[in-house]
Design a protein around this ligand. Structure first.
Ligand code: PLP
Length: 371
C-alpha cells in the first residue's frame, strides 16, 4: 500500500527495518549516535554550532509546537497567528489552552500570507511579543514565504515560532540568517521520511537560557531539555526516548543525505506535485489552489460535482488499487487531498492518476468539475 498522505509518510524498507532491534538509550554505544543525530538535524536547519541546539522531544508535532509556545512565551503572553488554515487553528488552540493569548490574523487561505499585513498587525499591537507561523499549511497546501516574513518582522523586535512540521527537510530554512527565530519545530515522519514518535525544535541557546520557568510543564519545557543536555551531555535523554524510532531516524538521515539533502528532496516533491496537479487537471478535475499558490507538499482537489461522489467509497476503491489517501478534508468546500511527500516518485503519481480515472469510472462519475 502506498501512502499518499501528509504524514506519517511512506518510508523506505531500510528505515522500517531499523526498528527491529533492542536498544538501551543510556548505553555508551548509543549516546554518540544520539549526539550525531542532533548535529545532523542542526545542519539541515542552518543552525550554527555553539549558537543553536537541536532539542528532541518524544511524541508528535502538536507536542513540540506546544513546548515551543510554553517555553518562549510567558503565561498570558500574546502571539499573532496568521490564520492560514487547519494547522494555524491547531496552534491557536494549543496556545489558548496553555494560557497564552493567541491573536488570530484573518488572511486569504488560498494565497501566500502578505508580509505587509503581518507587519501592520504587529505594529498595531506592541503587546504581541511573538509571531506563530505555519510554513507549509497542510490544510490548504499553500507554502508561505516564512523566511521573508521572518526578515520583515525582525526589525520590529518580535520573535518567531515556525511550525515547519510539514516543511522541514524539503523547504529551505537557514537559521543562521534568522536571529529573530526562537524555534523551528518539526517531526521525523513528514519530509524527513522517518517514522512517527519523535519531534524536534532547533533553537538559539541564549534564548533557551533566558526562558527557564516559563513552561509551567516539566514534560514540555524546552529549556529543561537544554539544561539537561548542558549538564549530562547531548547523548543523554531526560526521559525514555523512542529508541527504535531514533534508530530508524538515523537510517532516514543517511538516505536524506545520499539523495542530496534538502534541495534534492524539494526537487522530487515538486516533480511529484506537478505530475499530480497536471494529472488531475488532465482528468477534468479541479485543484483547490491556483498553480502559483500550490506548494509541493499536499494537493487538495475539489470534489467532483457529480451526485455519485462519495469520499469514503472513493478512498476505499483507491485502496483496493494500492493507494491510500486521507478519508477527510480540511478545506471549506468538499475536496480530497493527496500528499506529495515521502518515499514517492513522479512515476507513482502517474500510476495514482490512472487509478483515480479508473475509480471515477467505476463510481459512475461523469461530472468532474468542482462541486
Ligand atoms: C502534521 C502537522 C502538525 C502536527 O503533527 P502531529 O504529529 O500530527 O501532531 C502540525 N503542523 C503541521 C503544519 C502539520 O502538517
Amino acid at each position: 500500500m502506498l501512502l499518499l498522505i501528509s504524514g506519517p509518510v511512506a518510508t523506505r524498507p531500510e528505515v522500517r527495518a531499523a526498528m527491529t532491534v533492542d536498544i538501551a538509550p543510556w548505553d555508551d554505544d548509543t549516546r554518540p549516535f544520539y549526539v550525531s543525530l542532533r548535529h545532523r538535524v542542526l545542519a539541515i536547519a542552518g543552525g550554527v554550532e555553539g549558537e543553536h541546539i537541536t532539542l528532541p522531544l518524544q511524541g508528535c508535532g502538536h507536542f513540540i509546537t506546544e513546548a515551543a509556545i510554553r517555553t518562549f512565551i510567558p503565561l498570558g503572553g500574546r502571539l499573532l497567528i496568521p490564520a492560514t488554515g487547519a494547522y494555524s487553528d491547531r496552534m491557536t488552540r494549543l496556545a489558548r489552552e496553555a494560557g497564552r493569548v493567541p491573536v488570530p490574523l484573518a488572511i486569504d487561505t488560498q494565497r501566500r500570507a502578505s508580509r505587509e499585513a503581518i507587519v501592520a498587525a504587529l505594529e498595531a499591537d506592541p503587546s504581541i511579543t511573538h509571531l506563530g507561523m505555519v510554513y507549509s499549511e497542510t490544510g490548504s497546501g499553500v507554502v508561505h514565504d516564512v523566511p521573508a516574513i521572518c526578515r520583515a518582522v525582525a526589525p520590529l523586535g518580535r520573535r518567531v515560532i515556525v511550525d515547519a512540521v510539514s516543511a522541514f527537510g524539503a523547504l529551505p530554512f537557514d537559521l543562521s540568517q534568522h536571529p529573530e527565530v526562537d524555534a523551528i519545530v518539526f517531526t521525523a515522519n513528514k519530509c524527513l521520511e522517518a517514522l512517527p514518535g519523535v519531534a524536534f525544535a532547533v533553537c538559539p541557546m541564549t534564548r533557551l537560557a533566558e526562558c527557564g520557568g516559563n513552561a509551567g510543564s516539566w514534560s514540555f519545557d524546552l529549556t529543561d531539555i537544554y539544561t539537561h543536555t548542558q549538564r549530562y551531555q547531548e547523548g543523554s535523554a531526560r526521559f525514555t526516548p523512542p529508541s527504535q524510532v531514533l534508530n530508524a531516524f538515523g537510517v532516514a538521515m543517511d538516505l536524506f543525505e545520499a539523495e542530496g539533502g534538502q534541495p534534492a528532496r524539494l526537487a522530487r516533491y515538486t516533480a511529484n506535485m506537478r505530475t499530480l496537479y497536471d494529472g488531475m487537471v488532465g482528468l477534468g478535475l479541479v485543484p483547490y489552489l491556483a498553480r502559483e499558490a500550490q506548494g509541493p507538499i499536499i494537493v487538495n482537489i475539489h470534489a467532483p460535482a457529480d451526485p455519485a461522489w462519495d469520499l469514503k467509497q472513493f478512498v476505499e476503491l483507491l485502496k483496493e488499487r494500492g493507494y491510500l489517501i486521507s478519508n477527510f478534508y480540511n478545506t471549506e468546500k468538499p475536496s480530497f487531498r493527496v500528499g506529495c511527500i515521502g518515499a514517492v516518485t513522479p512515476e507513482d503519481m502517474r500510476g495514482f492518476t490512472r487509478s483515480v480515472d479508473a475509480v471515477l469510472h467505476d463510481m459512475g462519475i461523469r461530472r468532474r468539475e468542482a462541486a
